[in-house]
Design a protein around this ligand. Structure first.
Ligand SMILES: [Zn+2]
Length: 380
């Protein structure tokens, strides 16, 4: 990829995947008259690509990828499921079995190209190319299980990348998943294996559908057989923010991954822990994501010979996702772009409620309006 700070692996076909309109509401309730658009809009990826072009400019290389080969996909997915997915898209898509996960005629291609971005970024990392490898994947992958689509995910790009790394000679791969939802598909795929460690940080949303999504993400799900101990679930409370995620890295992610001593770290980087995400309840700002990017790079340098991949997962506020992802990549590349016209650092940054400024504003208003409303100052 030459002499760039950042290598962005992407493909335009991933923008063509669209879930059907109309059937998905937030929240799903007859109390509301109007359906919101499905959360997984192509704008998510378009905005990320644009903000990276506008900030990194020529310091980023944008490379279109090949679709993941079937053999690479079938290291982690049931061949019958892959054939089903191909047929699902060929027939025009729709919603999958009454779930909130759906697609169109482009979905099979988009998922294969998304996995292709993960494979290209993994090659970059293993070959020691200069610059941070970032896979701009869409649709996301971490909910996709070996034999089923789930949670807007069809092919598990992180798992496909990890399996490819093992096939090319790595002994151990760590997947660190900071998407605000549990990486249940990744967990299911590697649940009985010790050659892939999964550390998943997520809100405690549980199994949102017991049949197609039986995993809960609880601390008691630790793996089975040879895999016992190699699934590390860390449910975190709603409202966990910049300081909280840094603390999670310091107190849990870093010591566990360092002890595991992987040859590669794949970060399932879903930025839906942001303060305005419609599908998350955490409050991480661009600055907090910048810290995550710094620590992601630092951990890889400490324990994996500097080999790591940043792989896009969720993030559903279509504007904030771009600023949040920029933050991750700023941290990983050691840069900070000054964007004062968009707020101090993050136009969506969470503000803590403060009483004193309100009291001052209230006093000014009361004094001003007392001329007409003496009751405000206790007069008549
Ligand atoms: Zn998510």
């Amino acid at each position: 990829m030459g002499d760039h700070d950042l290598a962005v692996y992407w493909h335009p076909r991933t923008f063509d995947h669209e879930p059907p309109d109309g059937a998905f509401k937030l929240p799903s309730t007859p109390l509301l008259a109007v359906d919101e658009p499905h959360p997984d809009q192509p704008a998510r990826a378009r905005n990320v690509k644009r903000i990276l072009e506008e900030t990194f400019g020529t310091d980023a290389a944008f490379e279109t990828v090949e679709a993941a080969p079937r053999a690479a996909i079938e290291r982690v997915h049931d061949p019958d499921y892959v054939s089903w997915l191909e047929g699902f898209a060929a027939a025009g898509g729709g919603y999958v079995d009454g779930t909130t996960t759906g697609g169109n005629e482009a979905t099979f291609d988009a998922a294969r190209y998304a996995a292709g971005t993960a494979l290209a970024a993994t090659d970059h990392a293993l070959e020691g190319d200069r610059g941070v490898p970032y896979a701009l994947a869409r649709p996301s992958g971490h909910h996709a299980q070996s034999d089923r689509a789930d949670g807007f995910c069809f092919l598990n790009s992180a798992a496909i990348a990890a399996a490819a790394a093992l096939a090319s000679g790595c002994d151990r791969v760590a997947i660190v998943d900071w998407d605000v939802h549990h990486g249940n598909g990744t967990q299911e795929i590697f649940y009985d294996r010790e050659d892939v460690l999964l550390v998943s940080l997520h809100n405690d949303h549980g199994a949102w559908e017991p049949t197609y999504h039986p995993q809960t993400g609880g601390v008691e799900e630790v793996g089975v057989g040879d895999g016992e101990g190699y699934t590390v679930n860390v449910p975190v409370p709603p409202g966990t923010g910049d300081r909280g995620y840094e603390r999670l890295f310091e107190a849990l992610v870093e010591p566990v991954v360092e002890a595991y001593d992987p040859d590669l770290i794949v970060y399932s980087a879903g930025q839906d822990a942001g303060p305005s995400d419609p599908l998350g309840r955490n409050v991480v700002t661009r600055a907090g994501f910048r810290t995550l990017g710094e620590r992601a790079r630092g951990l890889a340098e400490t324990t994996a010979g500097g080999r790591y991949v940043l792989l896009q997962e969720g993030g559903y506020q279509v504007s904030h996702l771009a600023f949040a992802t920029l933050g991750v990549l700023e941290g990983a590349t050691g840069r900070t772009f000054d964007l004062p016209e968009y707020g101090e650092d993050d136009p969506f940054a969470w503000l803590d409620e403060e009483v004193e400024p309100l009291e001052r504003a209230l006093e000014t208003a009361r004094e001003h309006h007392a001329a007409h409303w003496p009751t405000l100052t206790g007069g008549d």
